[in-house]
Every structure is written in structure tokens, then in C-alpha cells.
Design a protein around this ligand. Structure first.
Ligand code: SAH
Ligand code: SF4
Length: 346
């Protein structure tokens, strides 16, 4: 590590601000990675503490009207196995999540028009009656739909910007507009959702400068949660022959995000674990503080295939819960007790 890198890490750790050039320099600094992660781990401990929050993930539909070039659920993927859980099935999974001790459920799906805002709102109301914090991740909707879902009691929403490079975004997500993605995120914030966003690492054409701008964007919109996914190439998609996202760069992203958004919730994601077994622990020591164990059961769990080789795909929800708790304890951390919302530190 050279003096410039040391100075940048110190600056980020104390004032939580860097310019695009400074961030790009840190993101390129593979030789400063350990120190960067150590600084992020200190900030994580000081701001959000030692608790690791668990969110039970329910993947309730694999139908999608979009065609993102990286994703196995894209509408043109003939090999995708489509399923749609019924309302009672979704509510039963939420009950299981609650019984397993998860205070929050994340209900995720492709962009499935069958689930109108009204249908989703009915399900949200039922799940809210269980006393759970509800997060939706169902893609782009109109302002009115987001309002209906918020009024039904939805607490949080996850919608990654994927990349802030408009040209890359519109090339990889054909038919989708970057402007509409921004509109969605602005709407969600205005409606009072806790908003999670994030990006993919390893998109063709993406540079460290572009990733630096992604982080500044997360800061600008005051993201409550930031999830980073390495690209996991899916052979049934047009990006199937791309190299996977660089896990070391992913780790530097996680650490830099913790330094620039000290209060944010940052998950150690399944995509990370898929590319590198043990990555979840590594990320939890490099700035992350959230895990999203899957509570989807049986066939649906295998069919929800955004990318191949999804970690833990054969495990039961009970097994996942026990395994996560063991991993967290072994690291000297504790399992989060409350809903684990975004902290506001004056
Ligand atoms: N349809 C919704 C939610 C499901 S997709 C949406 O798009 O917001 C959830 C996330 O999976 C996406 O934001 C994307 O970043 C990620 N994803 C999709 N395909 C992937 C792949 N091949 N590798 C890594 N992450 C992927
Ligand atoms: Fe659909 Fe989301 Fe996959 Fe895009 S990333 S194809 S919107 S499920």
C-alpha cells in the first residue's frame, strides 16, 4: 500500500467523502484491499454494530416481462422454468420465516404482471398481520402502484440501479429506460419506503470510474441499503460467455460503500457465495452487515434461477437458519434481534 492509498482510506474513514477520482483509485488498489476492508470493518462496528440482520427471502414468481441480458428469468429464456406461488403459499412461507425467527421477509419475483398492485397489496396486508417487516423486490411499477403497495404496509423496497452508466444500462436491459429506473427510485424514496439499491460488478464495458459513480449515486439518493452482485454468467442468457465478476473488486466495492455510506445496510449476497464459497463471511468482515437466507421451499427454490449454481439451493429453510446463525456466532457477531432498519446517526 502506498502513501496515497493510506491517505485516501483515512479520509474515507473520517469524513466519509471521496471524489470520483479518489474512489476510482481505491477501487483499483488491489494491494490496499486488506487495509480498506479493515477500515470498513471499523466503521461497520462503530455505526451499525456487531448485529448481522437476517432477512427471509421468498422468491414467489419466476415469470418476467423484462429481458435483461444477464438474467435467467428474462422473458426470451425458453429454458427458464416458470412458476408462480399462490397467495396462501406465499403467506405460509412468511409464517415459516416468522417461526424460524426472521423479523423481516423480502418478497422477490420477476416483473410478473399477474401480480397486480391490488393482488400484491392483499398479500402484503396478510403478511403484515403476522407482525413482519415487509420488503418487496418486484421491479418497476407506476407511481400509483408503488403508492398502493406502500399504503398496504410495505416497509421497504429493493430495486438495483444495476449500473449508473446509461448506455450500458440500456444495452443490457433492452426495452427498459434508465430514466424510468431513476423515476422508480425517486418515487420509492418520496413514498417513505426504506430503499435498497445496488449494482452488478462485471458488466461488459463497465470501468472502475463507472463503479465509483455508482457509489456516489448511492450516496446522492441516500440509499438505505446497498446490495452488490458479482455478475454470475448464466449459460442460458446472452451474457453466458462473459467472465464472472471479479470477487476482489466486489470486496473493495463493499468496503468503499461502507466507508461512504456508514449507516447503510449492506448484504453479503448469495451471488457472492456462489462465485466464492466463504465469501459471505469475508464480506461480513469487510463492511457488510446483512444476510438474506432463502426461505423458498422445494421446486420453486430450484426454478428461481437468476444465475446457475445458486448457493444452498438444496437446503431447507430450517437448515439455512441454523447454518447462518452458526456462521455468525463463529465470527464473534450476533444475530440481529429487531427489524434491522436503517440507522440514522446524527
Ligand atoms: N425483477 C426484479 C427482482 C429480481 S432480479 C428486479 O430486477 O429488480 C434481482 C437482481 O438479481 C437484479 O437486480 C440483478 O442485479 C440480479 N441478477 C440477475 N441476474 C444476475 C446474474 N446473472 N448474476 C448476478 N446477479 C444477477
Ligand atoms: Fe426480470 Fe429482474 Fe431478471 Fe431483469 S433482473 S430479467 S427484471 S427478474
Amino acid at each position: 500500500m502506498d502513501l496515497m492509498q493510506r491517505t485516501l482510506i483515512e479520509k474515507a474513514e473520517t469524513v466519509h467523502q471521496l471524489t470520483e477520482e479518489e474512489l476510482a483509485a481505491l477501487l483499483s488498489a488491489s494491494d490496499a484491499e486488506t487495509e480498506l476492508a479493515a477500515a470498513a470493518d471499523r466503521v461497520r462496528c462503530a455505526t451499525v454494530g456487531d448485529e448481522v440482520h437476517l432477512r427471509g427471502l421468498i422468491e414467489f414468481s419466476s415469470y418476467c416481462r423484462q429481458n435483461c441480458l444477464y438474467c435467467g428469468l428474462r422473458r426470451d429464456n425458453q429454458k427458464a422454468q416458470r412458476y408462480r406461488l399462490t397467495r396462501p403459499e406465499i403467506v405460509a412461507l412468511a409464517e415459516k420465516a416468522k417461526a424460524a425467527g426472521y423479523p423481516t421477509v423480502v418478497m422477490q419475483s420477476g416483473e410478473d404482471a399477474w401480480f397486480t398492485a391490488e393482488r400484491l397489496a392483499d398479500i402484503v396486508r396478510e403478511v403484515k398481520r403476522l407482525g413482519l417487516t415487509v420488503t418487496l423486490s418486484v421491479g418497476e411499477r407506476t407511481t400509483d402502484e408503488y403508492r398502493v403497495l406502500r399504503e398496504a404496509g410495505t416497509d421497504r423496497f429493493l430495486l438495483r440501479i444495476e449500473t449508473t452508466d446509461r448506455e450500458i444500462y440500456e444495452r443490457l436491459d433492452p426495452g427498459m429506460s434508465f430514466g424510468n429506473r431513476l423515476r422508480c427510485l425517486t418515487d420509492l424514496k418520496k413514498l417513505g419506503y426504506e430503499v435498497g439499491t445496488g449494482c452488478l460488478v462485471g458488466l461488459p464495458g463497465q470501468t472502475v470510474e463507472s463503479l465509483a459513480r455508482d457509489i456516489l449515486f448511492f450516496q446522492k439518493i441516500d440509499a438505505d441499503m446497498v446490495g452488490i452482485g458479482p455478475l454470475v454468467p448464466n449459460g442460458d442468457t446472452p451474457l453466458g460467455n462473459e467472465p464472472p465478476g471479479d470477487m476482489r473488486l466486489v470486496r473493495r466495492m463493499v468496503s468503499a460503500i461502507r466507508l461512504l455510506l456508514p449507516e447503510a445496510n449492506i448484504p453479503a449476497t448469495t451471488a457472492m457465495e456462489t462465485l466464492q464459497p466463504g465469501a459471505r463471511e469475508l464480506m461480513l468482515r469487510s463492511g457488510a452487515n446483512v444476510m438474506m437466507p432463502n426461505v423458498t421451499e422445494g421446486e420453486a427454490r430450484q426454478k428461481y434461477a437468476l444465475y446457475p449454481g445458486k448457493a444452498c439451493v438444496a437446503d431447507t429453510p430450517e437448515h439455512c437458519r441454523a447454518c447462518m446463525e452458526g456462521r455468525i456466532r463463529a465470527m464473534g457477531r450476533t444475530v440481529g434481534k429487531g427489524a434491522g432498519g436503517r440507522r440514522h446517526i446524527a
